[in-house]
Design a protein around this ligand. Structure first.
Ligand code: ASP
Length: 299
C-alpha cells in the first residue's frame, strides 16, 4: 500500500500575520508523520508524531499555546482511533499535560475505556508515568492577553469566535500495511465555560478511522460538529460518492445546512487519496504521499 498522511492546523479566520506560522507548523507535522511512515512505521505512530509536533508548537490551540477557559485555566481534549481494529482512546478537560494525544493513545492501549475526563484522566496519566507541567508551560502570553480582553467582551460567543480564530490540530495517516489512523487535539474555544467539552474527544465527531472506509479529522465550532458527527459523516459520504474531495464538501454542506455550523474536515480514502474542505475563511493543511519529496502545503 502507498502510505499517505494529511494534517490540519484548524479552520477559522487566521490573521494574515499568523498564516505563515500555520503553514510551517502543518508542514513540519506532516514531515514528522511521514518520517514514521517512510520507515515502515504504523499509521498510529505517524498520527501521534504529527500531532505532538503541533501540540508542542505554540502557534496552535493544542498542548502549548492552547486557549484559556473563563477561569484562566487550560483544559485540553484529544482523541485517536486505530482503523485496524476500531480501537479508540480519548481524554477531555485534562490540565497540566503537554501532549494529550499521547494520553488519549494510552487510554486506548492501556485501559479498558474509550474516554477519560478531568481528575480521573489526570490520575490515569500519573499512574502511567506521564510528566505533569505547569499552567505557564501551556498558557503562552498571547493567550493570557486574549483571555483578559475577552473577559470584558460582552458580545463574545463560541460561534463568533470560531469565525475568527481556531487552531485545533489533527492528522489522518495510512501506513504500508493498509492500516488507517486518525487523531485530533485541542484546547477548545477561547474563554469556554470550565468543563466544556467539544467535538474533539468524541469518536465520530472529532476523529474516526476504519481501514475499510477511511479516516477523518475535523476542526471548527465543536457544538455544531458534534451534532452531525462530522468525521463519521464524511466517511459515509466517501463510501457513497467514492471521491474524498466530494465527500469532504458534502459533509461540510450538511454541517452548514443542518446546524448552521462552521468547520473543516480532512480525510483519506482507504487507498490513501486525500480530501479536505472547510466553510471558514481559512484552514492550513499539509499532505504527503508516495514518492513526493516534501508535503504539499495548502490553505
Ligand atoms: N472543534 C474544537 C472544539 O470545539 C475547536 C476547533 O476545532 O478549533 O473544541
Amino acid at each position: 500500500m502507498r502510505p499517505s498522511i494529511i494534517v490540519h492546523g484548524g479552520a477559522g479566520d487566521i490573521p494574515d500575520e499568523l498564516r505563515e506560522a500555520h503553514r510551517r507548523g502543518t508542514q513540519r507535522a506532516a514531515e514528522a508523520g511521514w518520517t514514521v511512515l517512510a520507515a515502515g512505521g504504523s499509521a498510529l505512530d505517524a498520527v501521534e508524531a504529527a500531532v505532538v509536533v503541533m501540540e508542542d508548537d505554540e502557534t496552535f490551540d493544542a498542548g502549548r499555546g492552547a486557549f484559556l477557559n473563563a477561569d484562566g485555566q487550560v483544559e485540553l481534549d484529544a482523541g485517536c482511533m486505530d482503523g485496524a481494529g476500531l480501537q479508540v482512546g480519548a481524554v477531555a478537560s485534562v490540565q497540566f499535560i503537554q501532549n494529550p494525544i499521547r494520553l488519549a493513545r494510552t487510554v486506548m492501549e492501556k485501559s479498558e475505556h474509550v474516554l477519560l475526563v478531568g481528575q480521573g484522566a489526570q490520575r490515569f496519566a500519573h499512574k502511567m508515568g506521564f510528566a505533569t507541567c505547569d499552567l505557564t508551560d501551556l498558557a503562552v502570553p498571547r493567550e493570557f492577553e486574549r483571555w483578559q480582553k475577552l473577559l470584558y467582551d460582552r458580545t463574545h460567543s463560541a460561534r463568533k469566535s470560531f469565525a475568527r480564530a481556531s487552531d485545533t490540530v489533527g492528522c489522518v495517516a495510512l501506513d504500508r500495511a493498509g492500516h488507517m489512523a486518525a487523531g485530533t487535539s485541542t484546547g477548545g474555544v477561547p474563554n469556554k465555560m470550565p468543563g466544556r467539552v467539544g467535538d474533539v474527544p468524541m469518536v465520530g465527531c472529532g476523529f474516526y478511522a476504519d481501514d475499510q472506509y477511511g479516516g477523518a479529522s475535523t476542526t471548527g465550532w465543536g457544538e455544531s460538529i458534534a451534532k452531525v458527527l462530522l468525521a463519521r459523516l464524511a466517511l459515509h459520504h466517501l463510501e457513497v460518492l467514492g471521491d474524498p474531495r466530494a465527500a469532504a464538501q458534502a459533509a461540510i454542506a450538511v454541517l452548514e445546512e443542518k446546524v448552521n455550523g462552521l468547520g473543516g474536515v480532512i480525510l483519506l480514502a482507504p487507498d490513501g487519496r486525500p480530501g479536505w474542505h472547510y466553510n471558514t475563511p481559512w484552514m492550513a493543511y499539509a499532505y504527503q504521499a508516495g514518492d513526493m519529496a516534501q508535503p504539499t502545503v495548502g490553505q
